[in-house]
Structure formats: C-alpha cells, structure tokens
Design a protein around this ligand. Structure first.
Ligand code: TXA
Ligand code: MG
Length: 338
C-alpha cells in the first residue's frame, strides 16, 4: 500500500485543482488525470520513489515499463534519441494518442525499468498537457486501472479501484478515444513496428514501412504484451457467426446463467430476455463509437456481476484492429465459431 498523508481528493479539472495536482506531482505524490485515450495514474518520471508508488498502487509487475508523458514535442528530443523516421512521425502526428519507443537519452528518467529505451508521448488532451506543464516535469503514467483489469475511461471505475491509494483523482472529463495510445518502435532499416494498435491506425501510418511482428517470443518486444490484460471479472468469449446464430446461442446459454452480452446497437432489436444483460458499444459500422465505449462496457459488466460474457466480433479494420486486440486479450483468446 502507498503511504498517504491524507485521503484521496476527488476534484474537477479547473485551474486551481490542476495547480494543486502539479504540486502533488512535484512533491512525489500520485495523481490520476484524464487523457484523450483513458485516465492515467501519474507520478514525476524524474523521481524514482514516486514512480515506485505507481507500481504499488496498481499492483503492476515490476518489469513492465511505463509511458512518459511530456507536454510538447521538443521534450521528446530532450529525453530520447530521435531517428529520422521518428522525426517525420513526430512532425506529422504529435500531439496525438501515439507513443514512440526510442533510445533513452541520459539517465534522468525512471520509467523504463532496466531498458535502454523510453516509451514517450505528448497527449492531445489539454488538461493532461496543462498538468505536465504546471508540474514542470515529465509524468510517468500507466492506465489508471488495477493491473490486468479493463482500462478506465470513466471516473466511477477509477474511484472504485484507486480511492485511498492515490493523492488526487481529477475527473469529470470524457476520454474521447477510449482505447490506449498506439505504441510504435523503430528499426535500423527505417521500418517501424506497431507494438500496440490504437486510434493512430495502420492505415494512417501506411506511408511508413511497417514490419510485422512475429508471434510473441520468450522475450517480448513490449514487456506489457506477456501479461493478461483487460479481463473483466467474468469469463469472456467472442462469438463469430451471423446475428441470428449469435442471438440463438446467447439465449440458450442465458437459460441457466446470468449472461452479459456485449453487442452492437443492431443486436438490441431482438426481444428482451430477463437473464441477458445486453450492453451495446455502438452501431455495427461506427468503429470510433465502439472504441470509445468498449472499456466502459467491460467495466459495467463487473458492476452487474454477470456469470459469463459473450461478445460480438468487431470489424478488424482501422481502429477496429485495436478494438479486436483489446477484446481478444480480454477473452484470453477464446473465440466460439457458430
Ligand atoms: O493511452 C495510453 O497510452 C495510456 C495513457 C494514460 O497515456 N497509458 C497506457 O499505459 O496505456 P500502460 O502502462 O497501460 O501501457 C503502456 C504499454 C505497456 O504495454 C508497456 O509494456 C509498453 O507500453 N512500454 C512502456 N515502455 C516501453 C518500452 N520502453 N519499450 C517497449 N514497450 C514499452
Ligand atoms: Mg494499461
């Protein structure tokens, strides 16, 4: 447990609170803050002890490095060796929900465990950038969930998990994207790797040479890959098949279990069944809406206390690639072909 001098302050993102939050960061404390992707659990990246507290509060494995958040693109050059391709990408996209894994410059940063690289990003969200600026230091921040659980995009879920474990929670803002940033790394031959898909999509990066990653090896390129992720409390299965087959299957299963159904708006037209808790993530063709709602829905199933969750299958294009990636991890790879 983190030692706190007081209890967690839960505040909105006005100027006065941001100044207070910046003081907490400067003094080695923990602040949960909104970004465009989700909420982050932040500490001063230059303060080794403060960074340690993040791991304790989250229950995060100690070999899983953190993303460093800076308030402007110039700071990326201050803390990392920027390759020619990285420079092009920074100029084209950043600030954005895009994290670059680059060789670390100097030894000031404490977020990368023992790696010689740093994952660094400039959030597009104004509150996040303002907080970093006021703190006058880069902020190390993982997603503000307990390790292994769905990332939070809604303050209620954070309060449930982290109240009493952090000094301040800045809430009240909707995270417009809803899925964590795209993480990319760079190879000597000018190609890039997409280590984690996100809203900066493969399609948006297509002018750069993308080298496909092989299946995870014993030593994954991004340490976070090897841990279970996003798991709701109940087991989750992805259903692959026509709408009719999916509905028949879910209804049959719901006869003896309290069943969560993660679905599209279009699936809600089927007659209600009292044993089924159906939560839509949006219209079948609206991938952005689905991305924004996914984690919120997974977290809600925990509140409803369902026995099992079945999910429809999102289209695997554009941000749909990232939606599918989070879902298949949440499902631990379990897909039922109908
Ligand atoms: O959108 C986001 O990126 C959110 C917000 C708060 O910024 N943060 C986030 O952090 O998703 P986290 O810790 O949940 O995920 C960071 C991922 C992990 O999979 C971690 O292993 C990977 O980035 N990572 C961090 N540093 C790395 C490094 N030096 N090399 C490779 N992967 C790294
Ligand atoms: Mg995370």
């Amino acid at each position: 447990m983190v030692n706190l001098t007081g209890k967690t302050e839960i505040v909105n993102a006005d100027e006065k609170n941001l100044r207070k939050a910046a003081e907490i960061i400067k003094n080695g404390g923990l602040v949960v803050f909104p970004t465009e992707t989700g909420y982050g659990l932040g500490a001063n990246a230059l303060d080794k002890n403060a960074v340690k507290k993040i791991y304790e509060a989250k229950g995060r494995p100690h070999d899983n490095p953190l993303i460093v958040h800076v308030s402007n693109p110039e700071d990326i050059y201050k803390y990392a060796e920027v390759t020619e391709i990285a420079d092009k990408i920074i100029k084209k996209f950043i600030p954005a929900p895009l994290t670059l894994v680059l060789k670390k410059k100097g030894s000031e940063l404490n977020a990368a465990c023992k790696l010689d690289t740093v994952a660094i990003r400039v959030p597009a969200n104004n509150t996040a950038r303002k907080l970093i600026e006021l703190a006058g230091a880069p902020i190390a921040a993982p997603s503000a969930n307990l390790s292994g659980k769905p990332s939070p995009t809604n303050a209620e879920h954070i309060i449930k998990d982290l109240n009493g474990k952090v000094n301040m929670i800045i809430c009240g803002e909707n995270c417009e994207i809803g899925l964590e940033s795209t993480v990319i790394s760079f190879n000597p031959d000018e190609s890039i790797n997409i280590l984690r898909s996100g809203s900066i999509t493969r399609e948006m990066l297509c002018e750069f040479k993308i080298r496909e990653l092989r299946a995870p090896t014993e030593r994954p390129v991004s340490p976070g890959i090897k841990y279970t992720h996003y798991s709701p409390d109940a087991p989750l299965y992805i259903l692959s098949g026509s709408d009719e087959k999916i509905m028949d299957f879910v209804k049959e299963e719901a006869m003896n279990k309290k069943t969560g159904f993660l679905c599209f708006d279009e699936n809600l037209k089927y007659p209600e069944d009292n044993n089924i808790i159906a939560l839509s993530i949006g219209s079948k063709n609206n991938l952005k809406e689905q991305a924004k709602n996914l984690f919120n829905a997974l977290n809600k199933f925990n509140v409803f206390g369902v026995d099992i969750i079945y999910s429809v299958e999102p289209a695997r294009i554009e941000i749909g690639e990232a939606i599918y990636n989070r879902l298949i991890k949440a499902a631990g790879g379990k897909v039922i072909n109908l």
